[in-house]
Design a binder for this molecule. Structure first.
Ligand code: KG4
Ligand code: ZN
Length: 337
């Protein structure tokens, strides 16, 4: 099964070709144009996706030495994300699928992050608790199987990545903010600045980061060292994510922990999860750091999972983009019967 997958939910344009679980080609193009704005400008993001997608598809076919007619199915992210950005990748891929008369699968971006390290049946021990921590989302799920995702908790205000981004902007560290905060944190003392841990009780499945963001801003305005502030902020956010996830793992007697999303590039968070999972005998599945952020491999693997489960799986060709996801059950592919 050769599958072409596209991801354009925010500011990265990504395209991948998979031959079942094997990646034949993958490319991600970031958009530097947003850096000077300190955040993603939606119209610029949409236009840049439209500029680069066709060239990316040509390169993918050339380098993987396959012709268009050899592609068996196509997948693209339908949401959640920036509507303009989503519409570009979704319309482009749907049109191609329609013209080729091949099945099209519309993938949920949140679910896709959890498939970054899924390589088919047997590659993850179920049940698992799962964390998606990115610029737009902070959610935990119980995964009974690759097609059974139930929401456990989510943020009531800002996402974890968004908190890093906003404090990084305040400190002039550029966008996205996570890598800059991590770099400075290495030179700071994580226990030097007293910051609150909102909804800090591990048994509370929800997250809240906006009070933390305000407290960090007030400390900054009071004149603390940027290194100490970054180290302390990173400590509080990564502790909250790891402790709440591990509490849920114990509560639901999970065998494994799965995580994805850009914040999982953070070394302290990865080390903390590794240490806590090892201590409790849990399997831990983390994507390599470069695959924690948006990519099309995860979209392809999410679509393949649905196709393996039910080979005739496809979304209606009229499927539309959506900005937000709300609900309890998370469908990896949108619009399946
Ligand atoms: O998953 P992603 O690429 O895009 C969304 O779906 O939002 O995640 C991007 C987010 C940004 O907020 C960025 O600051 C954060 O991931 N991030 C990090 C690190 N690298 C990226 N956060 C903490 N530490 C990092 N090293
Ligand atoms: Zn993402």
């Amino acid at each position: 099964m050769i599958l072409l997958a596209v991801e354009t939910s925010c500011d990265d344009t990504a395209l991948a070709v998979l031959d079942d679980w094997r990646v034949i080609h993958s490319e991600v193009a970031g958009q530097d144009a947003h850096h000077r704005h300190g955040g993603v400008v939606p119209e610029i993001a949409s236009r840049l996706h439209l500029d680069v997608l066709p060239g990316m598809a040509d390169r993918a076919l050339d380098s993987s030495e396959i012709s268009l007619s050899e592609i068996d199915a196509l997948a693209a992210t339908a949401g959640p994300g920036l509507i303009g950005s989503l519409l570009v990748g979704l319309s482009w891929t749907k049109s191609l699928a329609w013209a080729m008369d091949k099945p099209f699968l519309a993938v949920n971006h949140l679910a896709a992050h959890l498939f970054s390290c899924y390589r088919g049946p047997g590659s993850i021990v179920w049940p698992a608790v799962a964390l998606v921590a990115s610029g737009g989302h902070t959610c935990t799920f119980l995964m009974g199987s690759p097609s059974d995702l139930r929401l456990l908790g989510s943020t009531r205000d800002d996402a974890a990545g968004e908190t890093f981004d906003k404090i990084a902007k305040l400190l002039g560290l550029g966008f996205p903010g996570g890598p800059g905060i991590e770099r400075l944190a290495e030179k700071g003392d994580p226990d030097s600045i007293d910051l609150p841990s909102p909804l800090g009780d591990p048994s509370d499945p929800d997250f809240s980061f906006s009070g933390l963001k305000t407290a960090a801003r007030l400390r900054w305005e009071a004149g603390v060292s940027p290194e100490d502030l970054c180290a302390s902020l990173q400590r509080v956010i990564t502790d909250l994510l790891a402790e709440k996830l591990l509490y849920q793992a114990e509560l639901h007697q999970a065998d494994s922990v799965v995580a994805g999303g850009g914040v999982l590039a953070n070394r302290r968070l990865r080390e903390l999860l590794e240490e806590l999972c090892a201590r409790r005998g849990l399997n831990l599945y983390l994507p390599p750091p470069a695959m924690t952020t948006d990519n099309a491999i995860m979209v392809g693997r999410a679509a393949l999972t649905a196709l393996h489960h039910k080979p005739e799986s496809k979304s209606p060709i009229s499927v539309n983009a959506f900005a937000r996801w709300t609900g309890e059950e998370l469908s990896t592919v949108v619009g399946l019967d």
